[in-house]
Write a protein that binds this ligand. Structure first.
Ligand SMILES: NC(=O)c1ccc[n+]([C@@H]2O[C@H](COP(=O)([O-])OP(=O)(O)OC[C@H]3O[C@@H](n4cnc5c(N)ncnc54)[C@H](OP(=O)(O)O)[C@@H]3O)[C@@H](O)[C@H]2O)c1
Length: 269
């Protein structure tokens, strides 16, 4: 995560409290780490205590800053507020809310998805974001300052065969966050989305391995085929996404709101 001299200097978020949902691994963890490196007091949120403890230790090793750990299921109404209060953190003291917890569904024809699939996806990808923002927004409005950033995806820009429900949730996220931006603009609070293309990480690599096995081709062939969808012939990294989140959370982005920033190596152009 370190070593990129294009990054925001360390004290950018000194004295700021940042909450990142879905941060015990994956993109959320990379974002939380970058915010901590830039001086924020970070709260990690996930469902599993053991994973959170492990993530906290890894973040400390990388940044020398110990995050707060909040066990909460973002698909369950009110759990974040209850559990933040339970660890002695008033949600209204949060300056930066990053909603990275999200779920995709197994690829299937649209007619095979059922109500349980729909609920699982929308309860976390939409209701979970609305609830996370609602938990912190009154403090931000009172201070006339705050940053809300949700993680979308390129599936919110096109129709995707065999991913109808997940794709619909990422389109819906854009409507949600842009509407939140419209409501919060008068209070000096910004709300934006960062939409990654395929992130070179555990999830995508596992998916590539399954495709390679099913099609009887090499892992590298699947990887190269995926990368070729982007103008830059590349996947993105968690750090690429984290840098954009940090930019939107910084003072430099004070007049950017209601936007969806694609970090996708030029997949959607
Ligand atoms: N990876 C990609 O290529 C990619 C591309 C475009 C967009 N995205 C989006 O980026 C976001 C993060 O994806 P990722 O691939 O980095 O995820 P990931 O590796 O699967 O990690 C998900 C994180 O969210 C937590 N989580 C899952 N369900 C939760 C819930 N109900 N409540 C609270 N925390 C929960 C997980 O911890 P627990 O399981 O312990 O709760 C974990 O910390 C998602 O919104 C995804 O749609 C990802």
């Amino acid at each position: 995560m370190t070593g990129n001299d294009q990054t925001i200097p360390a004290p950018a978020f000194a004295g700021k409290r940042a909450c990142v949902t879905g941060s015990s691994r994956g993109l959320g963890f990379d974002i939380a780490t970058r915010l901590a490196e830039a001086g924020a007091d970070v709260i990690l949120v996930g469902r599993q205590a053991e994973q959170l403890t492990d993530a906290g230790a890894r973040l400390f090793a990388l940044t020398d800053r110990m995050p707060a750990l909040c066990e909460a299921d973002m698909g369950q109404n009110g759990e974040l507020v209850r559990n933040l209060n339970g660890i002695g953190i008033d949600p209204n003291t949060i300056d930066i809310m990053v909603c990275a917890a999200g779920v995709s569904l197994p690829h299937r024809p649209f007619w095979e998805y059922d109500e349980a699939d729909y609920r699982r996806c929308f309860d976390l990808n939409i209701l979970g974001v609305q609830q996370a923002v609602a938990a912190v927004v009154h403090g931000m409005m009172g201070r006339k300052a705050g940053r809300i950033i949700a993680i979308g995806g390129t599936y919110g820009y096109r129709g995707v065969a065999r991913s109808a429900i997940y794709s619909a949730s990422k389109w819906a996220l854009r409507g949600l966050v842009k509407s939140i931006a419209a409501e919060l603009g008068p209070f000096g609070v910004t709300a934006n989305i960062v939409s990654p293309g395929g992130v070179d990480g555990e999830n995508l690599r596992a998916q590539f391995a399954r495709s390679a096995e099913r099609e009887g081709i090499s892992f590298q062939a699947v990887y190269d085929r995926f990368a070729a969808r982007a103008c830059m012939n590349a996947l993105v990294t968690g750090q690429d996404v984290a840098e954009m989140v940090c930019f939107l959370a910084s003072d430099a982005a004070a007049r950017i709101t209601g936007q969806d920033m694609l970090v996708d190596a030029g997949t959607i152009v």
